[in-house]
Every structure is written in C-alpha cells, then in structure tokens.
Design a protein around this ligand. Sequence first.
Ligand code: M6R
Length: 613
Amino acid sequence: MCGIVGYIGEKDAYPILINGLKRLEYRGYDSAGVAIIGNETKIFKKKGKVSELEKLVKNKDVSGVIGIGHTRWATHGEPNDVNAHPHTSQNNKFTVIHNGIIENYGRLKRKLEDRGYKFKSQTDTEVLANLIEYIYIKGNGEIDAEHAVRLALSKVIGAYGIVIISKDEPDKLIAARKGSPLVIGIGEGEYYIASDATPIIEHTDSVIYLNNDNVAIIKKDQLTLKTIGNDELKPLIQKLTMDIGSIEKNGYEHFMLKEIFEQPKSILDTFRGRVAADLSEIRLGGLFEVMPKLEKAKRIIIIACGTSWHAGLVAEYLIETLARVPVEVEYGSEFRYRKPIIYEDDVVIAISQSGETADTLAAINIAKEAGATVLGICNVVGASIPRETHAGVYTHAGPEIGVASTKAFTAQVTVLTMIAIILGKNNNTISDDEYTSLIKELTDVPKKVEEILKSDPIIKKISELYKDATNFLYLGRGYLFPVALEGALKLKEISYIHAEGYPAAEMKHGPIALIDENMPVVVIATQDNSYEKIVSNIQEVKARNGKVIAIVTEGDTVIKSMADHVIEVPKSHEAIAPLLTVVPLQLLSYHIAVMRDCNVDQPRNLAKSVTVE
Ligand code: M6R
C-alpha cells in the first residue's frame, strides 16, 4: 500500500530516502514526504509523485544522516500536502510514517481531543503520533520514547508498519510492525528500513524481516529487537536473493512491458529445478510434507484477490480436470466475512503475488482456525503469506513492479499446473503417458511465449484501431474463461476502458445486447474441446456487427475467415493454453494504455499491494 523507507548511519540520508521512495513508488503515489534529522527535524511533504517532492526540496537544506520517507496510497483523508506523511505530534516530539490502517483511530482521536489535542490532518497516522506523545508526556520522564511507542501500540487496533523519530532521542529510529511488512537492511555502521527490499538491495543483502508485534530500536551501530510486550528477541538475519537488475527497467519504457517480456524466463525459473532433467517427474519440495493431505483432500478451497484470483480460477479447471478433486475459488474479502464452512480435511491454497494482501491474509487465518491445512503460493520471499501458511511454493517470477500483474500471473498458473499434474498422477486420474506429455507441454511454454512475443508489432497495430473504444468484451470458454476475465481486468486497470470478461456461452444471456459495430470483442478461441462452440459464438458477434479480435491456434483458417483480426499462439494442450493466450491480452492492454497516455506502471487510484481491507 504505502511505501516506507528509513536510514540511519553516517551517509547523507536524503539521497538514500529519495531514491528509495522512487523504488517504492509502485506501492502508492498520491503524495510523498521525508523527515530528516539535522540540527532540527526538517519535514518536506507534497501531494503527487515523488518527483513533485523532489521539486519542492530542490535547493533546501536536507543535510542529516538520519531520516524517514513515505509514499502514500490514501486511506484516511484525501491526497493533499497536509495528509501526506510524515506526521508530527502536536508538541513536535514524535514524527511518524505509517503503512496500514488504525481501525480505532476515531475513538482514540476523540479521547485525545478531550485532552486538548488539535489535529491538522484527517489521517489515522496523526492520531498515532499524538497518542505516542500523550503517553510519553504523561510519563513525566519516567518512560522513554520506545516505551511510549510500545504502550501506544498496545492500545491500537488495526494494521501498521511504522517508523518513528523522537525529538528527545534523535539518535535512533523506532520501527514496529503488525500486519504491514517492514524489512531492516544491515550495513556497516548503518541500517536501512523499508516496507520491502527494493530500496535496500542496492546497499546491502543482509536483512531482518520484522514479524507481527515486533518493535525495533535502531541506532546506527546497534539494533535491539523486542516484542510490544518488551520481551527481547534474537534477530534472524537473512540474505536477499534478488538482484538490482531485476528492479530496474533495463531499457524498457515501462516495468509492465519489461515484465511481459520477461515471461519466458520467469516461467522457466518457476519450474526450473522442480522438473527432472529427463522430464520424468515434477517435484515441489515445499509441498512434500503436506502431499498426503492434498491427495486425501475431499475439497480444495482457493483464496485470492484480483489477478491471483483469476489464477485460482484456472486452477479450478486444472485440478478438477486432471486430479478430479472438487475446487472452490473464493475472494479473500468475501470468504473472511461470510462464515464459510471449512472442514479439517479441506486444503486451502492462498495465492498472492505480494504475499501481503490483507483480505487473503485474513481468510488464511480463518481457515487455519477452522483446522484446515493452508498452503501459500507467493512471489515475494519472506512475505506474510508464506509465513502464515503451513507450507507452500514460491513462484520465482522475480520482483514485479508494474501495478498490473503479468509475469506473476503466469508464474502462479505454472505452479498451479504443476500441482494439478502431480495430484493427477498421485490420484491415478491421469495416465503415465498423460503425465509425461503434460510435463513436456509445460516445459515447452517458455519458447512458445517467446514466439507469441514476436507478435507484438501486430498487437500494437490492432491496439491503434481500438484505443478509443469505450467498452470491450472478453470471451472465453473452459480454461480460457479466466483468461477472458484477466484480459478485461488488465485493460480496465491501466487504460480506464470499461471491459468485462464472460464465459462465451453466457453472452446470449445478456451481454449480447451490448454488441454493435462499436464493440470490440476479444475472443480467446484456441483449438480445444469447445472450439466448435466458440466458433459459433464468434458468428453470433459478427452477425451483430461486433468487431472480433480472436486469439487462435496458429494455422487456424476457420476463425481467420470470420474475425476482424487474429493473433496466433502456438498449438498446445488445452490445460496449458492459459499460459499462452494471456500474453497477447497483456500486450493489447499495454499498448492501448500507452496510446491513451495513461500511466501504465502507476495507474490512478491503484497500489501494488493492498495491505488494507
Ligand atoms: O499481491 P496479490 O497477488 O495478493 O494482489 C492481488 C491483487 O491486488 C492484484 O492481483 C491486483 O488485482 C492487480 N492490480 C491486478 O493486475
């Protein structure tokens, strides 16, 4: 959601903070700010992108070796200069940056107002800053800043990752986490802190991930880790595996385009080491212990949000077809509030790129409490979801910076395909020959995606023709229905064109009324079991003068003669088709968004990881 960065050491803090904020901008970009401790604490904050903050700060005194910075995705209070972080308490004793939501902030605010506190902003963060200060001042010198922070946090309901500067103890940063991630980077006589590792990796690869209810007291040469209850903890130092190239654009105009083009590699990285060299076997080490439970499961429940939910829908087709286990796919946000029926022999699979999505995390906890075995499929190493689940599999897509998820989706589907193939084999619902041929099909995906990417110029030309459309319809059947949903979501979120995905057969039950000569209809129509049916659906669209952009199997002449445009993908088993057919849809939405002058990597109102409900 919001991005947090902090530095304490002997270097100038400002360049580290501003660079870190640029790296974190994908998490939120409504406003940004920094606080730097020099002779006094200097605060600069500005509505808009980090570049606006840079303009504001130009030629100002930003000297100081300790500082914090924040890039915001607004929750409480509109994006403006006043609501931007950092927030300072009334008597300037504490300066706070915060990611998350303080749910009981209204009640806390009223209590503070009764005690004479006045508020400048509409944020929950300012309430927290004043609460800490109130407790600190009331302590009459008996309690230090850290103690005041811990006491204040014990009164807070909600989620937070926070970093705090104390005016009276300016040699330290105090950080705390509950629900919203924080990672500390360890340098020589210096520490970095951030809401994810992207601002840290260029400085150090030694990190400590804070756990929920941890408080870190960070001086330039000393780190103390505690619980909110004041029990001292031994920090667990881990090595970052990400490399700096993976978080840069490497010559591409946008991260999204880079990430689309990275898919041959990210898919390969996701199955590499998990498929035997002679293609005789797939092994998922992370699931080894829980495999007997998966095999015996009467039902698998998949929980996710957004694009990850679409990957879950693909898995419903994969697992039910190949392994014959019933699958239910749930939105985390619905599951958590609707008293779901969960049995102890259910296996729940949570899918998340970031591993921090609040609704998915809450749903995981409900499933765990009900006694189910909960597995995670996650892209970010060390994130909350892999830590909250019983077992799981990492997708090795590498950092995904573009807000629109692309390579994470294909990596998730790759893992889910592997799970379905393994389960099918273990449950004897696929033959040995099918098992071997599916493994071969999966390992052929990277080079097939390479082929599809060569159609980029064709897709760009098609985009030019439809960039001004106001609506799009996406149709697919079976395995390709979730791909239709994903194509529509990609277009909506980055180009702001209204788009809907439908199972093609459902068109007759309503959406067909929308079709006229102005309606582009993207039909995912590769040659599979329902090919004849989708050909009929295309005819129905054409009969009403709709414009058809069809994703077809290479060499298809039937659809070519009917559709306005075709984009070919290599032939594959139908279970593998989602991994191929989604790629042209990603490119279509990308080009249309660029042609409409939209900010592709940072679409309006969105943030990369939704750590609030
Ligand atoms: O990090 P997660 O996979 O849990 O995120 C879920 C959704 O927020 C995410 O997929 C979102 O829908 C993307 N913007 C889609 O491109």
